[in-house]
Design a protein around this ligand. Structure first.
Ligand code: ZN
Length: 292
C-alpha cells in the first residue's frame, strides 16, 4: 500500500482526525540518515507526526518540528508542507544502544530533558514559533501537550513504527485527533473509551491490509464521521544548488576566501537527503565578488 493520509470530521463537528500510513517514508528516511534501530523508531515517530501536522496546513504553508533532547540523538528535525511532502534529519543517527531495546528506550534515545519546537511558515512576515518542554520524550505525548498548551487545542496523538529483523521499517503510521471548539462532551467521552480499548498502533498497522480509513473506523467506533480528503505522503527534499549557494554566501567573504585558498572549492552535503553539492574555485570567487 502506498503511503497516504486520510482526514475525517465527525458528523456533529466535535472532532477532526487524520491517520497517516508512513511506512515507505520512514524507511526512506532510515536509508538516507543511516539510523540504527532505536534512532529509526524515534525519527520515524517525528516524521509521522510532521506528516499529520501537515494535514492542518494550507496552500504554500510549511511546518518544521524540532526535538532537542539530552539523549544521544541530540536533535531530530522533520519538515513538511501541506501536500504530504516530508523530509527529516537527525544530528546523531546512532544511539549506541543495543538492538534489544525495551519500550522505554525511545525516551532514553531522545533524552528525558529537552524541548519540542514547532515553527510554522504561514506566509506571514514572521514565522509562528511554539515551544514546550518534553513531557515523556516519546514524541506523541509531547506533541499532544504542545497542542494543548501552545494552541489550546485538546488533542490525542498516536505514533507507531515497527521494524523487521534487519532493522528495516516493517510498518509505520499514526493518528492526530483534535477536539474542535464547543465539542460535545459525550462524543469526547466515547472517543476516550475507544482510545483506551485500542490495540497498539504497531499491531494494527502490522495487519498489512490495514488502511487509514479502516483504522479510523476502529478509533471512532460508533461515532459517525465523513472523509474530508486523502493525500499521498512522500519523502521530498527541497534542496538545490541555488539554496546551497545561499547557505555558503551566509558564511561571509572571509570564510569563502579561506575555502578557496585551503580547499580549492567547497563540498556541501544536504542534511536531509544527503545529496552532495560541489562548488569550484571560480564559482566561489564569483560569489565573493557578488558579496562585495
Ligand atoms: Zn536535500
Amino acid at each position: 500500500m502506498r503511503d497516504h493520509l486520510v482526514r475525517v470530521l465527525s458528523k456533529d463537528g466535535s472532532l477532526r482526525a487524520s491517520f497517516a500510513v508512513t511506512t515507505h517514508l520512514v524507511e526512506e528516511t532510515r536509508l538516507r540518515q543511516k539510523t540504527d534501530p532505536l534512532a529509526t523508531i524515534a525519527l520515524g515517530r517525528l516524521v509521522t507526526a510532521a506528516a499529520l501536522c501537515g494535514s492542518l496546513l494550507k496552500d504554500d504553508q510549511r511546518l518544521a518540528m524540532i526535538v532537542e533532547g539530552s539523549g544521544p540523538l541530540k536533535k531530530l528535525l522533520a519538515e513538511t508542507d501541506a501536500h504530504g511532502k516530508v523530509r527529516a534529519s537527525v544530528k546523531v543517527p546512532l544511539t549506541g544502544f543495543a538492538p534489544d531495546w525495551n519500550k522505554y528506550a525511545v525516551a532514553d534515545a531522545v533524552g528525558r530533558a529537552g524541548f519540542l519546537h514547532v515553527v510554522k511558515d504561514l506566509g506571514l512576515k514572521e514565522p509562528y514559533r511554539g515551544m514546550v518542554q518534553l513531557q515523556t520524550s516519546e514524541i506523541g505525548e509531547d506533541l499532544a501537550y504542545y497542542f494543548a498548551v501552545s494552541e489550546q487545542t485538546p488533542s490525542s496523538v498516536g505514533l507507531g513504527v515497527a521494524l523487521g529483523e534487519q532493522g528495516e521499517v516493517a510498518s509505520a503510521g499514526g493518528f492526530l485527533i483534535q477536539a474542535l471548539p464547543e465539542s460535545d462532551e459525550t462524543i469526547l467521552e466515547k472517543l476516550e473509551n475507544n482510545l483506551m480499548a485500542l490495540p497498539s498502533l504497531t499491531s494494527l498497522l502490522a495487519k498489512g491490509a490495514a488502511s487509514p480509513e479502516s483504522i479510523l473506523k476502529t478509533i471512532f467506533g460508533e461515532i459517525p464521521f465523513t472523509v474530508q480528503g486523502s493525500t499521498d505522503v512522500v519523502f521530498r527534499c527541497t534542496c538545490g544548488r541555488r539554496q546551497t549557494l545561499n547557505i555558503l554566501a551566509s558564511l561571509g567573504q572571509e570564510e569563502l576566501r579561506k575555502l578557496v585558498e585551503e580547499q580549492n572549492g567547497a563540498k556541501v552535503t544536504c542534511e536531509f537527503c544527503k545529496k552532495d553539492y560541489s562548488f569550484g574555485k571560480v564559482e566561489l570567487l564569483k560569489l565573493v565578488e557578488k558579496l562585495d
